[in-house]
Design a protein around this ligand. Structure first.
Ligand SMILES: [Zn+2]
Length: 165
């Protein structure tokens, strides 16, 4: 970015997001279409990570409701709102449909158009991350029934076990 090399910066951002999305899909136990060549691309991974977090928050909300936990609901609503805003800033409505094209177009942007893209995706990645321990949220345990959405330090620890289910 400093050298005004948007092409290189765009490649770097794509690379970073691919790494981030892979990690997020793994930790959130997202469903990703199977590829025999193990070449899951950003276009597969980022939308999967995004819907996984959305669904987990929805599930956490239903769970808090089922236990009648008002405080828990406020926290989840706040996270959901932040996540929703971060999504909008990245132009989610465009890239969820045609990710490959969208991300390749970055290289042709000029510097002043690309800078907000970087900021938006940084904010987007932050929405998956605990601001205390900087860990991407994860589902616990890592297989079997999903019991909680949490982070390493426990600042986030959302129950996923609904009452009576
Ligand atoms: Zn944490």
């Amino acid at each position: 970015m400093a050298k005004n090399d948007v092409r290189a910066a765009a490649a770097l951002l794509r690379h970073y997001l691919e790494h981030f999305a892979k990690e997020a899909c793994d930790r959130l136990r997202a469903s990703v279409e199977f590829r025999g060549d193990a070449q899951s691309m950003l276009g597969d991974l980022l939308p999967s990570a995004t819907s996984a977090l959305g669904e987990l928050l929805k599930k956490a909300k239903a769970t808090a409701n089922s236990w009648n936990q008002k405080e828990g609901l406020d926290l989840i609503n706040a996270i959901e709102t932040g996540f929703g805003e971060a999504k909008i800033k990245t132009g989610y409505d465009n890239w969820q449909i045609n990710t490959a094209v969208h991300f390749n177009e970055w290289a042709d942007l000029n510097r002043s158009d690309f800078a907000p893209v970087v900021t938006a995706f940084r904010g987007f990645a932050d929405a998956f991350t605990c601001d205390k321990c900087s860990e991407i949220y994860f589902v616990s345990p890592d297989r079997g029934k999903k019991e909680a959405l949490r982070c390493g330090c426990g600042a986030l620890n959302l129950n996923l076990l609904q009452k009576g289910v």
